[in-house]
Write a protein that binds this ligand. Structure first.
Ligand code: ATP
Length: 237
């Protein structure tokens, strides 16, 4: 049984159908990439899995249990966390306080402290800057904090929305390495939404391409990297 199973999911914003009959699954310990151009529906898919927008049709299940109508707080306790597009940090709060906002559902102080240490180990620069205001950090550092904040919820399924967006190439490499470590060392499942399709396909085990709200291709990351349609549409080959 997959950890997450999304079936025939449709989400509407008023009259606009943002995604239509989207289906995909994520196994335990797997990295799944969602690629596609601007407005293809990638963020909407993550928001629906998190319970931030309602499903008009279809179903979402976690460990075989239907969570389609549960609110997002319950889904966080069930093990899902989202690092949203644009990072959405509290700029006038310290880095540490931003991280702690992610841990509201974790009651054990010991677990919180341990997770914090793991995040600092993953991103030493976040440790160095923990007392600084989040708004004073570079884009790349803010992205590290945003990922850290999602990790503070101790999820089993981590969803990352555009972690490479607007970030210097050298820092993109650091973040990619951290994503691999999170997956390998913590056996955490990850859904990676990226416009940088090459990066996402390299990191992922399985991937889905979305166009105009629908899944148009799916397969192993390395298969899609070699797929002429994907190369032409998303890799500029
Ligand atoms: P991007 O990377 O640009 O965010 P995306 O693939 O994540 O692209 P979505 O953000 O999911 O795409 O958007 C899918 C469609 O839904 C787009 O047409 C977008 O304009 C529309 N949309 C997204 N959010 C809203 C909203 N809150 N209200 C109305 N329409 C929305």
């Amino acid at each position: 049984m997959p950890m997450l199973e999304v079936r025939d999911l449709t989400v509407r914003y008023g009259a606009l159908e943002a995604i239509r009959n989207v289906g995909f699954s994520v196994d335990a310990g797997e990295i799944v990439a969602l690629i596609g151009s601007n407005g293809a529906g990638k963020s909407t898919t993550l928001r629906a899995v998190m319970g931030l927008v309602p499903a008009a049709t279809g179903s979402i299940s976690l460990d075989g249990k239907d969570i389609t109508t549960l609110n997002s707080a319950v889904r966080v306790r069930g093990g899902i966390a989202l690092s949203p597009e644009g990072r959405r940090l509290f700029g006038r709060m310290t880095v540490l306080d931003n991280l702690l906002t992610g841990a509201y559902a974790v009651s054990s102080r010991t677990v919180r402290q341990q997770t914090l240490e793991e995040i600092y180990d993953l991103f030493p620069r976040v440790r160095e800057r923990r007392r600084q205001l989040a708004g004073s950090l570079s884009g790349g550092e803010q992205q590290m904090v945003a990922i850290g904040r999602a990790l503070m919820a101790n999820p089993r399924l981590l969803m990352l929305d555009e972690p490479s967006l607007g970030i210097a190439p050298k820092v993109v490499g650091e973040i990619a390495h951290a994503i691999e470590r999170i997956n390998q060392e913590k056996r955490m499942s990850i859904i990676l939404v990226e416009q940088n399709a090459r990066l996402a396909l390299r990191l992922s085990h399985n991937a889905y391409a979305l166009e105009h709200g629908e899944v148009v291709r799916s397969g192993r990351g390395d298969e899609l990297l070699a797929d002429p349609f994907v190369q032409k549409a998303y890799l500029g080959i």
